[in-house]
Design a protein around this ligand. Structure first.
Ligand code: HEM
Length: 509
C-alpha cells in the first residue's frame, strides 16, 4: 500500500487555499491606493476649490513647498510670497503630500476669520489634539459656547487693575535676575583677574524669570527657577517647548495621519509626551488642591489669578486643573521669547540701547528703593522710548509664529504674524513712509474673541523686565557673527541660544 498517496488528499483538506487572503489583501491595497490617489492627486489638482487661487511657483510634486528652512525667521517665506505674488487676500499652496494650505494676507481676510466668524473657523483638529495631549482641555482649545463661557469667566481675572497690581512683583523678579547675574559677573572677575564682563545665555534666564513670574502671578507661589531649584514643572515645560527636528516631524505626521494614529506609534517622542504630560497634570492637580485649601484657610483674600478665578465662581476644581497647565504655558513661554528678542535687538543696536538707558536712568530717581506697583505702572507705562522698543520688538519678532485655523475638510488656514507685521503693503514701503495702515497689520496678539487674553499682562511684564535689565547692564552679542535664528513650536526661541556679553553699568551713571 502506498502511504504517500493516502496522505495527499488529507493535506489538501488541511491547508486553506491562499486565494481568499490574497484577494482580501489586494482589495485592501486597491481601496487605499484609490483613496490616496483621490486625496493626493485628483482632489488637489482637479476638484479643490482653492486650485484657481494665486500660488507660488516651483512646487515639488508630492513634497509641496518647504516653508521652514530654519536659516530664516519662521514666516519669511510667507512674507516673500505676500510681496511677490499678486493676490486679493488669499494665497494657496500645497504642502507635503499635496495638502492644501490657505494663507491670509489682507486685513479683510484676517478680520473675517478672527473677528466676524471666529467660531466658524475652528482651531485645527490636529493642533487641538496635540495641545490636549500636552496641556489638557484649557481655554486655547475650547470651541463655540464652551469657549465663550470659559473666556467670559477668565476675562474677569485678566483686568487692567489686576495687571497693574503685578508691577511690583515683575520689578522685584527683574531686579532679582540682575542681582544673580551681577554676582556671577563678580565671580568671573575674581577668576579672570581684570575681566569686567561675562557671557550669559539669556534665553534660559528669560525662561527661568518668566516661569517664576507666572508662578507668583497665577498661584502666589515661588517656583524658585531663578535660584536653580529643581522644579519638575519647569523641566517638563522646557522639554515641551525646546525645538527639535523630530518634534516638527511629529507635528507634521499629526496633520497628515488620522487623529490618534500617531500616538500609537512606538516612538520616543510619544513616550516623552506621555511622561511630560503626566508630570504636568500631576503637578498642576497638586497645585490646585493646595490653592483651594489655602483659599479656604485665608478666606479668599489672595490676589493671584487662580484665587481671583475661584472667587469669581463658575469653576469646579477639575476645571481649574484643566486650565492651569495652559495658563502657565501661555503665560511664561511667549513672555520669555519676547524678553529674549528685545535683548537681542538692543544688543544689535547700541545707540537704541544707550537712548533707552538714558531715558530709564532719568526716570529712576522717581522710583523709591521699593517702588509700589502703582508708581511703577505710572512711570513705566509713560516712558515713550521704552514702550516704542517693546512694541517694535513684538512687531518685528512676534513670539507666536503661526496662528492656524480650519476650513473645508481639514484645510489649514494660516495667519502668520511675522509676515503680516512686516508686510510693506500694510506698513509702507519706504522708511519715511512707515506706519500701521490698519489695526490688523499688527497680529502679534491676534484679534477678536480668541485674541491673547494675557496681552496687557505680557506688555507690562516685558516693559518692567527690560527696564530692570537695561538700567543695570550694558550688553552686546557675545558671538557677533552668529546667525541667531528664531525657531519654535509654540513660540520662537533663538535656535542655539542668545549669548550676550554683559557689563555692569557704572553706579554713578
Ligand atoms: C508676548 C507675550 C505673548 C504673546 C505674543 C501672545 C500671543 C498670543 C496669541 C497670538 C494668541 C492666539 C493664538 C491662537 O488663536 O491660536 C494667544 C492666546 C492666548 N494667550 Fe497669549 N501671548 C502672550 C502672553 C500671554 C500671557 C502672559 C498669558 C497669560 C498670563 C497668555 C495667555 C493666553 C491664553 C489663555 C490664550 C488663549 C485665548 C483664547 O483662546 O481665548 N498669553 N496669545
Amino acid at each position: 500500500m502506498d502511504l504517500s498517496t493516502n496522505s495527499e488528499p488529507s493535506q489538501e483538506h488541511d491547508t486553506p487555499s491562499p486565494l481568499p487572503s490574497i484577494s482580501l489583501t489586494l482589495t485592501f491595497f486597491t481601496i487605499n491606493l484609490l483613496l490616496l490617489t483621490w486625496y493626493i492627486i485628483i482632489y488637489p489638482y482637479f476638484y479643490s476649490p482653492l486650485r484657481h487661487l494665486p500660488r507660488p511657483k516651483n512646487e515639488i510634486p508630492l513634497l509641496g513647498q518647504f516653508t521652514t528652512p530654519y536659516t530664516k525667521p519662521l514666516g519669511a517665506t510667507y512674507l516673500t510670497w505676500m510681496t511677490q505674488i499678486p493676490n486679493k487676500g488669499l494665497i494657496t499652496y500645497r504642502s507635503f503630500l499635496n495638502q492644501d494650505r490657505l494663507l491670509l494676507t489682507t486685513p479683510k481676510a484676517i478680520a473675517e476669520v478672527l473677528v466676524h466668524n471666529p467660531y466658524a473657523y475652528t482651531k485645527h483638529p490636529s493642533e487641538r489634539s496635540v495641545i490636549r495631549r500636552f496641556l489638557g482641555d484649557g481655554l486655547t482649545i475650547s470651541e463655540g459656547e464652551e469657549h465663550r463661557f470659559q473666556r467670559r469667566l477668565m476675562s474677569l481675572v485678566y483686568t487692567a487693575r489686576a495687571v497693574k497690581s503685578f508691577y511690583g512683583m515683575f520689578w522685584r523678579r527683574g531686579v532679582y535676575l540682575t542681582d544673580i547675574l551681577e554676582r556671577r559677573l563678580a565671580l568671573t572677575r575674581t577668576a579672570g583677574g581684570n575681566k569686567v564682563c561675562g557671557i550669559e545665555e539669556m534665553n534660559q534666564w528669560a525662561n527661568r524669570t518668566t516661569m517664576d513670574i507666572i508662578g507668583l502671578a497665577a498661584l502666589g507661589k515661588d517656583f524658585g527657577c531663578l535660584d536653580g531649584a529643581r522644579n519638575e514643572l519647569f523641566e517638563a515645560y522646557q522639554e515641551i517647548f525646546t525645538w527639535a527636528p523630530e518634534k516638527d516631524v511629529f507635528l507634521a505626521l499629526n496633520r497628515l495621519l488620522p487623529r490618534g494614529l500617531v500616538s500609537w506609534l512606538p516612538w520616543r517622542v510619544n513616550e516623552r509626551i506621555d511622561v511630560t504630560s503626566a508630570t504636568l497634570r500631576g503637578a498642576c492637580r497638586g497645585l490646585v488642591r493646595e490653592k483651594i485649601e489655602e483659599f479656604a484657610r485665608m478666606n479668599g483674600e489672595q490676589e493671584d489669578l487662580i484665587s481671583r478665578t475661584i472667587r469669581g465662581g463658575g469653576w469646579e476644581a477639575e476645571g481649574l486643573v484643566e486650565q492651569l497647565p495652559t495658563i502657565i504655558a501661555a503665560g511664561h513661554e511667549t513672555s520669555a521669547s519676547a524678553f529674549t528678542w528685545t535683548l537681542y535687538l538692543l544688543a544689535q543696536n547700541q545707540s537704541a540701547q544707550e537712548r533707552l538707558r538714558s531715558e530709564l536712568l532719568d526716570a529712576m530717581p522717581l522710583l523709591s528703593e521699593e517702588p509700589t506697583s502703582d508708581s511703577l505702572a505710572n512711570i513705566l507705562e509713560n516712558l515713550p522710548y521704552l514702550n516704542t522698543v517693546c512694541n517694535e520688538t513684538l512687531r518685528f519678532i512676534p513670539p507666536v509664529p503661526l496662528i492656524r485655523r480650519k476650513i473645508l475638510a481639514g484645510t489649514q488656514v494660516l495667519l502668520c504674524p511675522y509676515a503680516i507685521n512686516h508686510s510693506p503693503d500694510l506698513w509702507g514701503k519706504a522708511n519715511n513712509d512707515c506706519g500701521m495702515t490698519s489695526n490688523y497689520a499688527y497680529l502679534t496678539f491676534s484679534h477678536g474673541p480668541r485674541s491673547c487674553i494675557g496681552q496687557s499682562f505680557a506688555r507690562a511684564e516685558l516693559r518692567t523686565l527690560v527696564a530692570a535689565f537695561v538700567v543695570r547692564f550694558r550688553f552686546q552679542q557675545a558671538r557677533p557673527h552668529a546667525n541667531v535664528v528664531p525657531v519654535g513650536i509654540v513660540s520662537v526661541r533663538p535656535k542655539d541660544g542668545l549669548y550676550l556679553e554683559i557689563k555692569r553699568v557704572k553706579r554713578a551713571e
